[in-house]
Design a protein around this ligand. Sequence first.
Ligand SMILES: [Zn+2]
Length: 295
Amino acid sequence: MAENDITGAPPAALPGQPSVVPRTAAALIDIGINLAHDSYDADREAVIARAAAVGVVQMIVTGSSAASSRTAISLSRQHPDRLFATAGIHPHHATELTAAVVAELGELALAPQVVAVGECGLDYYRNYSPHDAQREAFHRQLELAARCGKPVFLHQRDAHEDFLAILREHWPALAGGVAHCFTGGVAELESYLEMGLAIGITGWICDERRGAHLPDLVRRIPANRLLLETDGPYLLPRDLRPKPPSRRNEPVYLPHIAGAVAHARGEPLSSLARTSTEAARRLFQIHEVDSGKFS
Ligand SMILES: [Zn+2]
């Protein structure tokens, strides 16, 4: 979601070793990790290794600008079968989507490492780009996703009606999509499910202040459309104990988030892990990886 959702000082580059998180019984996929973010510059390989050690076998690196989309693809090339990329322009950067950038994104989206177009959508909460520019950029990227036949990785905040209207227009031509970092209410959730979207759940559900409504809502999501993501470096789960030395989030905490979601749904973590991983593989056309290869 959530550029600037780390409040206060920027995250420290090197947090030290995060607290030990138990390995899950089944492989997990972090479908939204902003691994191109500069807060990972000092220890990106260690972040990837720590994730693998707790069973996060694959990750989708979010592209939110032309530059971060290029970085996401190059990281994915360095870690084949393990990292995948999205290519897109976040609504915060909507004014950057010139015709030249649309053409460049069109090229990037064809890369075999790219499994979705986005993150794209509307954000009327931060309003870093004017609404008309955001709507325009959203249309262009949905057209692009339809042309390349890849699903969309969607961001929406405080813009539900416009978002839904635009998405509805393009939906018949699209290869599915995910409402990433879902934090909305029941009506929003039902309209996404009715349309056919998958739903991405982050550590927002671990926030007893602003995520208190989510445990009830995640029970409504069909298992085959529930995806898990950290959205790191943003949205560090608030209930980690002991508190990590840094506020930077990273994929090693995905099992913790999965545990919170499984608990809310009253199902074993192993079953949620299996269904969410299958759902991610189906939507993004990601093949199973030989887990021995990375452990
Ligand atoms: Zn987002």
